[in-house]
Design a protein around this ligand. Structure first.
Ligand SMILES: *Cc1c(COP(=O)(O)O)cnc(C)c1O
Length: 326
């Protein structure tokens, strides 16, 4: 459903969206997960019809039309060895006739990452194993040249798709949540908890709730130290997305963002399990929620710890399952 286009009809012509998934994604309560706090789930895992789902598909709905509009044939982007972003880009890009080149940096390899690498190898993307962030930056000029067609360079997408444009995917989702609250499918949550890997999900939601007039506080649970994801960086990303909306014709007063970022549940590194994340996986299974170790387990760990220490009061708290199927 084109919520942003409904909110500001001027955007219909200026900001194209391609429908890659079917919304609204389902919401349901998660009874018994925390003792005294009411917890709800919005399940994004089924979003996407191209063989892989989750939050990255939301961003691609806005990014892919821009790649095509600019006449580019190939996208160049970045991620860890188990990158969900890289896989979604390759699969949905391929459906749109676009090629993908991925520069991959190392991350702890477990069964989950191994399985993901197999999917990446079968995705049609060209994979470059650049190992570290520094070596990826050093290789960038060569990668750009290698993936240019004629005089057209590849379309460069940041890790996780969290450009101001990609971030609109979660501005759109905030409007979708607002409609679910409005329809009585979901109580107004006092807090919304999401993992933050490149930040587009958390900052897009914070911007979207402000624009939609939903009073709730977003908690972004940082899972990596490879990117700047503090509150200042995230406020800047949201303000660049807001500027993009205005540039394309939307009119609105300056949004008051309500969000926090925390790195307290990251543990030693991106992709490294913690005692809290393993407990979160165990506790979520009986309520029918399968968490991934890299992102959603750490976000749920934060939610459970905060709920356990009374930081959310009675709730309701909304947890967003950003993960795709596996
Ligand atoms: C990429 C990813 C995230 C993080 O989203 P960002 O918008 O990059 O912060 C969260 N969960 C899953 C499953 C992801 O793949």
């Amino acid at each position: 459903m084109p919520y942003l286009h409904e909110w500001s009809p001027a955007l219909r012509q200026t900001l194209p969206q391609v429908e890659l998934g079917t919304g609204p994604t389902p919401v349901r309560p998660l009874p018994g997960l925390a003792d005294d706090t009411e917890i709800w789930l919005k399940d994004e895992s089924g979003f996407g019809d191209g063989g892989w789902g989750g939050n990255k598909v939301r961003k691609l709905e806005w990014l892919l039309p821009d790649v095509k509009k600019k006449g580019r044939k190939t996208m160049l982007t970045f991620g860890g060895l188990g990158t969900n972003w890289g896989l979604a880009t390759a699969l949905y890009g391929r459906d749109e006739g676009l090629g993908t080149a991925l520069a991959l940096v190392d991350q702890p390899v477990d069964r989950h990452v191994e399985a993901q690498l197999k999917r990446l190898e079968g995705s049609g993307a060209t994979l470059h194993y650049t190992h570290t962030k520094a070596r990826t930056i050093a290789a960038a000029p060569w990668l750009i040249l290698r993936h240019s067609s004629g005089f057209r360079p590849p379309y460069i997408l940041p890790a996780g798709g969290s450009s101001p444009l990609g971030t609109l995917g979660y501005v759109e989702t905030a409007f979708e949540i607002a409609a679910q609250i409005e329809a009585g499918e979901l109580p107004l949550p006092g807090h919304v908890v999401v993992p933050a890997g490149s930040g587009g999900t958390a900052s897009g939601l914070a911007l979207g709730f402000a624009l939609a007039g939903v009073q709730t506080r977003v908690t972004g649970v940082i899972v990596t130290d490879q990117l700047r994801l503090d509150r200042r960086a995230m406020a800047r990303l949201a303000s660049r997305s807001a500027a993009l909306l205005r540039e394309r014709g939307a009119r609105f007063p300056d949004p008051a963002l309500d969000f926090e970022m925390t790195a307290d549940w990251m543990g030693p590194a991106y992709g490294a399990a913690t005692a809290e994340s393993e407990l979160a996986i165990e506790r979520s299974r009986p309520v029918g929620l399968e968490l991934d170790p890299v992102y959603t387990a750490k976000a749920m760990a934060a939610l459970l710890d905060k709920a356990g220490t009374g930081q959310f009061g009675n709730g309701p708290v909304l947890f967003i399952n950003t993960n795709g199927p596996r």
